[in-house]
Design a protein around this ligand. Structure first.
Ligand SMILES: [Zn+2]
Length: 291
């Protein structure tokens, strides 16, 4: 390739002062600073690579063939530890779910899907993992347990986040990565505040090992959730419904959600004024439906 080609010249000039640039970065910067078409630059750069005037290597990007710098991976001093991947809390949902189930804190639990978690206008609090404990007496009772999983340093924000779950959950927890608990004094205050709010604290090890055990370091106390919020959470997040006829709890698929009239006589004015829908979602189990 002739170096009289202005695009090739621009690329070579750029590579004279830039090393280890990714292919795309090189092309876009050359195109932008010389007001050239990006595709023309890319094609020319490809031809320069084919012609052996420019090298393209993994991790080292593109460089002038005449000036071969060491690949970036090797320029990092060996004394520096490899940059650890930031562990994300999501990785631990399943571990916490299993631990809570094995411990019989709940009978059935699920990680809660991210969907809708970050909708800016939705103020709904969505826990990371949740489960239910079932009690059968003369009536069926179900307790909701909600867990906020943290893989970062304990922060007072965790407390308010977990406490918000008390709107629909009977028991709320924070699960903390033990390696992140560094400031013992601060953590003492954090635990005191959690106790005041009735939150439970579970400590787990981010780097799991056979002998490293997850521990409940603070037992939660019973909250006072709103019955409507609780049934909504059970239905929408855990897919558990109470049959309106027999009062038993069922998983989605073991019955049907039906449109049933609301108490219209009482609600009549509100149905007109607030545009309230005259029917509500009710669940009936398969057994009650077939009679
Ligand atoms: Zn039923």
């Amino acid at each position: 390739m002739s170096e009289s080609n202005p695009i090739a010249q621009a690329i070579l000039a750029y590579l004279g002062t830039h090393q280890n640039q990714p292919f795309g970065t090189c092309a876009s910067e050359v195109a932008a600073s010389n007001t050239l078409d990006i595709d023309d630059v890319k094609n020319t750069l490809k031809r320069l690579i084919t012609a052996g005037e420019v090298t393209r290597r993994p991790r080292a990007g593109v460089n002038l063939a005449s000036a071969q710098p060491t690949p970036q991976a090797q320029t990092t001093p060996q004394t520096q530890p490899p940059r650890r991947r930031r562990r994300r809390e999501k990785e631990f949902y399943e571990r916490i779910r299993k631990w809570m189930t094995d411990r019989k804190e709940w009978d059935y639990g699920e990680p809660i899907p991210e969907k809708g978690k970050k909708r800016p206008k939705d103020l709904r609090a969505v826990p990371d993992v949740a489960g239910v404990k079932y009690f059968a007496g003369y009536l069926d009772r179900i307790d909701v347990h909600a867990v906020e999983v943290k893989a970062a340093q304990p922060d007072s924000h965790d407390l308010s986040e977990a406490f918000r779950y008390s709107r629909f959950a009977d028991f709320c927890y924070i699960a903390l990565g033990k390696e992140k608990i560094r400031d013992k004094e601060k953590y003492k205050k954090y635990k005191e505040e959690a106790r005041r709010l009735g939150l439970g604290i579970v400590e787990y090890f981010i780097e799991s090992g056979q002998r490293k055990e997850t521990k409940m370091v603070l037992q939660p106390t019973r909250q006072d959730p709103d019955a409507l919020e609780k049934s909504r959470f059970l239905a929408e997040s855990l897919h558990l419904y109470q049959c309106q006829d027999c009062g038993c709890y069922f998983h989605e698929g073991e019955g049907s959600v039906l449109d049933k009239p609301r108490s219209q006589k009482i609600l009549q004015s509100r149905i007109v004024e607030d545009g309230l829908v005259a029917t509500a979602k009710r669940f009936r189990c398969t057994k009650c439906m077939t009679g």
